[in-house]
Design a protein around this ligand. Structure first.
Ligand code: SF4
Ligand code: SF4
Length: 148
């Protein structure tokens, strides 16, 4: 009984430490990327980023329904996303329930942080940038070059 308790306490402690380390790493990487890159442009309200959303769990794109369930359980803001399909790499993509027919967000004032910060500069870390037809783009502050 005592062993079981210690084992589960140790597991919980390790998972918590891993989560804190991940948050710290994300924060420092975000600061670093913000020094080098900046976001320019504005939203054209095409709605694509709300209809084709990739979700990351600790840096890794969600690729199974089990991971998806765990994420949704741990963050109520993600409940609005429904699985829409799987790409050629086995990664799931989602569509948001709140996108209107006019491509506008129906809960704009109350939208989650994820949406408020999109496109986030830390996407560069994963080699991801806004699509060509998105109104936003990233530039390198030092070279002035657009990130592609
Ligand atoms: S952020 Fe980009 S992809 Fe999303 S709605 Fe605006 S223009 Fe479209
Ligand atoms: S909450 Fe609004 S901004 Fe966020 S993905 Fe859904 S429709 Fe888009």
């Amino acid at each position: 009984m005592e062993k079981d308790f210690l084992r589960s306490w140790h597991k919980g402690y390790c998972e918590f430490s891993e989560w804190v380390l991940h948050l710290l790493k994300d924060y420092f990487l975000f600061v670093g990327f913000s020094i080098v890159y900046k976001r320019k442009g504005s939203c054209k309200q095409c709605g694509r980023c709300c209809r084709h959303v990739y979700l990351r769990d600790r840096g890794k794109l969600v690729s199974s329904f089990h991971e998806c369930l765990l994420m949704i359980q741990s963050d109520r803001d993600l409940k609005q996303f429904n699985v829409k399909g799987v790409n050629e790499f086995g990664e799931l993509f989602f569509a948001c329930n709140y996108i209107g027919r006019d491509n506008k967000c129906t809960r704009y004032k109350d939208r989650p942080l994820l949406c408020r910060t999109y496109p986030n500069i830390s996407m560069v870390r994963y080699g991801a940038v806004p699509k060509e037809d998105c109104g936003y783009y990233f530039v390198n502050r030092f070279t002035g070059k657009k990130v592609t």
